[in-house]
Design a protein around this ligand. Structure first.
Ligand SMILES: NC(=O)c1ccc[n+]([C@@H]2O[C@H](COP(=O)([O-])OP(=O)(O)OC[C@H]3O[C@@H](n4cnc5c(N)ncnc54)[C@H](O)[C@@H]3O)[C@@H](O)[C@H]2O)c1
Length: 339
């Protein structure tokens, strides 16, 4: 058995428990939280040991790997400490708050032959994988434009009850870097690197409780110059609704990242329509372990992580690619905050 530990027993931690439980030869052996919640979490998920000190996790030679599932401001220090302790690391998104530091961490992991990955579970969603293969095969032709939107609702309590959300130093932003992260990340996965042309960032509804944005819109371009629109808000009436559209010269598809990820519609050549209706018919009905819109694909990314560690191979994407999402977010904020 390879033994894994989870640092941070908050909202996303059950997704890590669920995913490791599905991998043969691995167990979550230890959980850690600096608040007095690790014991109850360990009891609820039948984890044999818990601690309130990350140092205990990192000093445990029987622990092979760790999940870093804490507030954004603490990612980089914990990832660095875990790598220096010789652990393989899966860190929740975003990679960190400082792209340069994250780049150094990715390089350090590579020099130490340690697997380091940033959670991008929606890249592993079957619908996203299908759309990527259709793009690679040319079934959509040349991308003309793409859009990704998230309408979400976050109450003032969501921020006031947290020690890190809604603060620049804690979360590094809000609507984009937290809730909107996956929309941008999946756009980058499908369309390649994106350049930020213009962004507008505003605090429309939550200015009394957060110092960060609740709404951000960006205009970006692909390396071929196609425009890409991004619209993210946590100030809508809808609790959670994403929509991604890719429009190409030969076909277009529209889908979402919510559970279960599914195609909304498709247009184009008979070859595209045949593949799209087969994908829709196949459907994916899996019960999500955590909040429904986190989806089910932590299972897929964590299975990839475990195989990479056990078989000493690369994962589906490298940490430097996740760094691209962080760098794009940083640039969207820089431009968005211009008066
Ligand atoms: N991939 C996804 O879809 C998804 C979904 C939700 C959250 N997340 C990410 O997961 C991370 C955690 O989010 P959350 O919503 O679970 O947060 P949370 O605030 O609910 O939980 C974080 C926990 O970490 C603990 N913690 C913080 N610093 C610690 C330290 N140094 N040592 C030990 N414990 C520490 C806190 O006490 C808290 O219990 C964030 O990066 C967030 O963006 C990802």
């Amino acid at each position: 058995m390879l033994r894994h530990a989870i640092i941070g027993c908050g909202r996303v931690a059950p997704n890590h428990i669920d995913a490791f439980a599905a991998v043969d030869g691995w167990e979550v052996a230890l959980v850690c939280d600096e608040k007095p919640r690790a014991a109850a979490f360990a009891a609820e998920y039948a984890v044999p040991a818990w601690t309130d000190r990350a140092e205990d996790v990192l000093a445990d030679d029987d622990i092979t790997s760790v999940s870093v599932a804490v507030g954004h401001h603490a990612h980089a220090d914990l990832v660095e400490a875990a790598l220096r302790a010789g652990k393989h690391v899966i860190v929740e998104k975003p990679f960190g708050l400082d792209p340069e530091r994250s780049r150094d961490l990715a390089r350090y992991a590579a020099t130490q032959d340690l697997t380091l990955t940033v959670v991008s579970q929606h890249r592993y969603d079957p619908v996203v994988a299908a759309v990527r293969s259709w793009l690679d095969e040319g079934l959509l032709g040349t991308v003309v434009y793409a859009t990704a939107t998230l309408q979400a609702h976050r109450s003032p309590d969501y921020y006031s009850e947290s020690t890190w959300r809604g603060r620049r130093a804690g979360e590094g932003g809000s609507a984009l870097i937290n809730q909107g992260y996956h929309c941008l990340d999946v756009l980058r996965w499908l369309c390649g690197d994106l350049e930020v042309e213009r962004a507008v960032s505003r605090t429309v509804a939550l200015a009394d409780v957060i110092e960060t944005e609740d709404t951000l819109c960006g205009l970006l371009t692909t390396s071929a110059g196609a425009p890409v629109l991004l619209g993210i808000t946590v100030a809508s009436a809808a609790q959670w609704r994403t929509r991604i559209e890719i429009v190409g010269t030969e076909g277009s598809v529209s889908f979402d990242l919510d559970h279960p990820g599914r195609l909304h519609d498709w247009h184009g050549s008979p070859a595209l329509c045949e593949r799209a209706s087969a994908e829709q018919a196949r459907g994916v009905q899996e019960d999500p372990p955590g909040l429904a819109y986190y989806g089910v694909s932590h299972r897929r990314q964590i299975a990839d992580f475990c195989a990479a560690v056990s078989e000493h191979r690369a994962m589906m994407f490298a940490p430097l690619d996740a760094l691209g999402t962080l760098a794009t977010i940083t640039e969207l904020y820089r431009q968005g905050e211009r008066p």
